[in-house]
Design a protein around this ligand. Structure first.
Ligand code: GLA
Length: 356
């Protein structure tokens, strides 16, 4: 075991395309961003956690659920132990530059970061895939959010300059270079977080399971658009249509990226957005306002809602003069919704890492 302090940086993630496909045996194309949850860890005689955000520290003796953000830490300890990894008590300090509810997966960053910090402190040699799996188990089984595997895999496995193409059925992945010569990626935080996010997310999962049952298929991987069209229930048909077409869009985006055809990539981003808006129904008026405004501008290749939905952020692929367009959008948005938009340029970055 290491006794000196270890500092871990765990990034947030964006997703170029492949939304709501990761719990439907589909494809995703996310990447990590250079915005981090920072975790400092050192062995101690009791478990202590301090948060820079809340300026509060807690000590815990029992590994039980608290129904607060601390569960991401306790859950990781529990899940590591369940897999046979002994965990010594530690003193942990957490600081974050990732806004919560902005669709950048601050929770996966925290889980993976905590797991990485603990395994470094304990000198365990653990693969990044196993780390992602443990973090996913923490989220689903301990915290109780039935999410897919995209976020935890991205935070653990992402690579600088690349997107991560992940097949969530086989869990095979490959790195896809994102050569952004002449194009830039921006994230716009809508400032909106709808509370119904979690329950609606779960409902979408159930609807997809029901659609599979109706089509008598075991996995969305076997489903064609012809199968979808036969679904009698309109809601289930729309959900299934999103999943099948979104998977196709991920594959088409991969080919468009091979030739740096940003125009085409952008077209798929818009298509993805409109499918998430109309078929999957996980957008909201504020986000639609942003995307629809951007679609009129020739220097914007494409834009779409990113993450679970019902608020959060918009990912934009654009030329560098986008900043000017953003200023006008910002005024319009403020006038309409009374909210100050925030924007940042993002680069595909490295997954979790430590400074020792
Ligand atoms: C959230 C979940 C992910 C994924 C996205 C939607 O971020 O945590 O697993 O399902 O929503 O693509």
């Amino acid at each position: 075991m290491r006794t000196s302090k270890i500092i871990v940086y765990s990034p947030g993630r964006a997703n170029l395309i492949g939304e709501h496909t990761d719990y439907n045996d589909g494809y995703v194309l996310p990447f990590a961003i250079k915005r981090y949850v920072k975790i400092e860890i050192q062995p101690s005689n009791v478990f202590k956690i301090y948060s820079e955000q809340t300026k509060r520290g807690i000590q815990f003796h029992k590994l039980e659920k608290t129904n607060s953000w601390v569960d991401y830490v306790i859950g990781m300890v529990v899940k590591l132990m369940e897999r046979g990894y002994e965990v010594q008590p530690f003193d942990m300090r957490i600081d974050s530059e990732l806004p919560m509810g902005a669709g950048l997966s601050s929770s996966a960053a925290l889980e993976v970061g905590v797991g990485y910090a603990i395994t470094k402190m304990m000198s365990y040699d653990i693969s990044r895939v196993e780390l992602a799996e443990i973090a996913h188990a923490c989220e689903v089984e301990f915290v109780g959010v039935r999410c897919g595997i995209m976020d935890q895999y991205t935070v653990a496995l992402a690579k600088e300059g690349h997107a991560l193409f992940l097949d969530t059925l086989t869990k095979e992945y490959k790195y896809v270079p994102l050569r952004l010569d002449g194009a830039k990626i921006f994230l716009i935080d809508s400032g909106v977080k709808h509370e119904l996010g979690n329950s609606e997310y779960d409902r979408r999962r159930q609807e997809c399971e029901e659609a599979l049952l109706m089509m008598r298929k075991k996995s969305f991987r076997e489903v064609t658009l012809e199968d979808v069209e036969k679904l009698e229930d309109e809601v289930l048909r729309k959900r299934a249509q999103h999943v099948v077409t979104e998977n196709e869009r991920v594959l088409k985006t991969l080919s468009a990226l091979e030739t740096d055809n940003f125009k085409l990539v952008g077209k798929y981003l818009y298509e993805s957005h409109y499918s998430l808006r109309d078929n999957y129904e996980v957008s909201c008026p504020e986000i639609d306002f942003i995307v629809e405004y951007l679609e009129g501008h020739p220097s914007v290749y494409g834009a779409r809602i990113v993450g679970a939905g019902f608020g959060g952020s918009v990912i934009v692929l654009a030329e560098s003069d986008f900043v000017k367009i953003f200023e006008i959008l910002k005024d319009k948005y403020r006038n309409r919704y009374g909210i100050e938009l925030k924007m940042m340029e993002v680069y595909p970055s490295e997954g979790v890492f430590a400074h020792e």
